[in-house]
Design a binder for this molecule. Structure first.
Ligand code: S3P
Length: 428
């Protein structure tokens, strides 16, 4: 699908965005192995979180889903059954990596596959710890999906994660739920902690001391009524649009502000962004609040070390923003970007180039000099949702109409993106 994007003089209004993708995956998976019926409100609308629901259904979990309301009848820790066919994780790295932790403990075998992009994403990072726990997993070329997971009784481990990855941490903690005793994961840098919060909500014992997280096996997980906040990583595109366009003021309602995700706001504020959060509340252990953002001139900045892990999904749109700042943006320690839905260092630099923006590719990051302008261009999502949305924001500030190929990719996390963007853009 092709989209044409006209420049906008400003963006304004109040918007509500779909439910957080990371939290939705976790609620659905944990609800499936809890006892009783969990009701989830504002479940993410994107294809990724629906891949998770489809996999869980195939494993015998009964559920009703209507729009953003999902009711899941949990099967308990020992109630899943073998799927009749391959499980399809679609484009979703979270689905395959996190669900594998649960599949590894089942008394049956499963095969889980996904689309072309997923088939190129590395899985050794989950295969290693799961093998240490006693699971047998085969993969294409020993590292890529499809995965054949031969479940077995698992033993607890104390695992030091080689890379900061919340998906891998979650996979090991989920597997640990089925092992007798305490399973620990130590992270090299703090990653999003939705799993820890969600497991506690369902009644599991989870201890976090420094960067070491420990879950006690065989908990009784009890169904809950849960509310998913709007996704801050989706809000990032609208924050950027408002920051870029003079005269903009936008309110984004009910956004998840978990401190392991909100480094984005601190980073933007540190560069000079006018961002306010009038009030915050805690729902199901997650912070939620409205964000008010106004057009602001930004200084530019450096993303490196633990900050890179905290901003990993937002780097494409920050690169767009960086090109317009005073001093530009430097991104380092971001080799992980190369193994996302696309090689996001390559795809960002490619599209920036098409829009006449200079940037230098580094092995583990990029340098985007500041004070640049976007030229109207034809660019590509390369099938990656965050690339499609990041460059739609750039196109709003271009000197004419731009065209994006593969615009449908946005549906992976945000099917309503184009409509929401059109609703706030002032093209006058
Ligand atoms: C996610 C973790 C991150 C992130 C992804 C969602 C999660 O991936 O990029 O979009 O929900 O745990 P990694 O764990 O590979 O860093």
């Amino acid at each position: 699908m092709q989209k044409r994007i006209a420049p906008a003089s400003s963006v304004s209004g109040g918007i509500r965005l779909p439910g957080d993708k990371s939290i939705s995956h976790r609620y659905a998976m944990i609800a499936s192995i809890a006892s009783g019926e969990t009701r989830i409100h504002n479940y993410a609308t994107g294809a990724d979180c629906h891949s998770t629901l489809a996999c869980l259904r195939a494993l015998g979990v009964e559920m009703e889903s209507s729009g953003t309301e999902v009711a899941i009848r949990g099967k308990g820790l020992d109630g899943l059954r073998a799927a009749a066919a391959d499980l399809d994780a679609g484009n979703s790295g979270s689905t395959i990596r996190m669900l594998s932790g649960i599949l590894a403990a089942q008394p049956f075998s499963s095969r889980i596959a996904g689309d072309e992009s997923l088939a190129r994403r590395p899985m050794q990072r989950i295969m290693r710890p799961l093998a240490e726990m006693g699971a047998r997993i085969r993969a294409r070329e020993d590292k890529y999906p499809p995965l054949e997971i031969h479940g077995s009784p698992l033993r607890p481990i104390d695992y030091a994660l080689p890379v900061a990855s919340a998906q891998v941490k979650t996979c090991v903690l989920f597997a640990g739920l089925f092992a007798e005793g305490a399973t620990s994961v130590t992270e090299p840098a703090r990653s999003r902690d939705h799993t820890e919060i969600a497991l506690r909500e369902f009644g599991a014992e989870v201890a976090s001391v420094g960067r070491r997280i420990t879950v006690t096996g065989r908990p009784s997980l009890a169904a809950r009524e849960l509310f998913v906040p709007s996704d801050l990583s989706s809000a990032a595109f609208f924050l950027a649009a408002a920051l870029l366009a003079p005269g903009s003021e936008l309110t984004i309602r009910g956004v998840g502000l978990n401190p392991t995700r909100s480094a984005l706001l601190d980073f933007l504020i540190g560069m000079g962004a006018k961002i306010r959060i009038p009030e915050m509340e805690s729902r199901n252990g997650e912070l939620v609040g409205d964000i008010v953002v106004e057009h602001s001139g930004l200084r530019g900045g450096v993303i490196e070390g633990p900050l890179t892990a905290a901003l990993i999904d937002e780097i494409p749109v920050l690169a767009v923003l960086g090109a317009t700042t005073e001093e530009g943006l430097i991104v380092k320690d971001a080799a992980e970007l190369r193994i996302k839905e696309t090689d996001r260092i390559r795809t960002v630099i490619d599209n920036l180039g098409r829009m006449g923006v200079q940037a230098e590719e580094l092995p583990d990051g990029m340098i985007v000099p500041g004070r640049q302008q976007f030229r109207a261009a034809r660019f590509d999502s390369f099938g990656d949702h965050r690339i499609a949305m990041a460059f739609a924001v750039a196109a709003l500030r271009a000197d004419g109409e731009s065209v994006i190929d593969g615009a449908e990719a946005a549906s992976v996390s945000f099917p309503e993106f184009w409509e929401t963007l059109a609703g706030i853009a002032d093209n006058g």
